[in-house]
Design a protein around this ligand. Sequence first.
Ligand code: NAD
Length: 256
Amino acid sequence: MLSGKLAVITGSNSGIGLGIAKVLAKQGADIVINSFSDTSDDYAIATDIASEFNVNARYISADMSDAAQCRALIAQAGEVDILVNNAGIQHVAPIEEFPIDTWNAIIAINMSSAFHTSAVAVDGMRKRGWGRIVNIASAHGLTASPYKSAYVTAKHGIVGLSKTVALETAEDPITCNAICPGYVLTPLVEAQIPDTMEQYGMDRETVVRDVLLQRQPSRQFATTEQIGGTTAFLCSPAADQITGTTISVDGGWTAL
Ligand code: NAD
């Protein structure tokens, strides 16, 4: 369904981004895998996707905390039809202890990177007459939790950016939407469990059950495949008139 399309997924050597890359490749899209680490494992991920799904896939290293590198990623990728802004980091701390550098990094990687990549990608999408921008926001783009000031701010910001880009491209065959996942068990979530244990004075099992999944009425983690499937749906003809909105994949979190 997506053969002939080129998809760039930022932050895709792990977790949700890798899951999205595999689902889009399964549908025939050519893939650009991105991270900032530039290791042989990163290049191997692209090689494996190319051989498993019989598509073109390559790895481009670019640090999404750096405006110039965000822009260069899109320029280097070529004719980008599908842009998935997924790169993200997290830090859990009370606001009065929140490190300033970490605040700046989260705002840059989780929010401003999508401004830079979209600003470069939209022009080519307009010229070629088709484009899909999918921003991976979060349930924290619609609601808040304590101790996540930078993350909640960035995710609310990317929801606003999605609406604005959607309006600016509304008369073109381009859509821009945000997916708002609840908890997905990826390295990003694994990494915040110890901090949350400390903040709440709980053991791991209690944090998972009573803090993470307490907000998720299904009491199940969403999966990377489900976020990939939602991204593929937004790239399908059924979603041609879906733009400037959010789709929650959160087990009912935002219905509460
Ligand atoms: P992850 O840690 O598995 O993946 C994060 C990805 O971002 C990695 O590929 C990493 O290489 C990349 N990345 C980090 N800093 C980067 C930088 N400076 N430049 C380029 N790439 C960088 O985490 P994940 O859970 O898969 O998260 C992916 C996205 O989904 C994030 O935006 C996150 O906020 C969002 N999200 C995750 C969950 C969840 O429960 N896991 C829920 C809602 C939203």
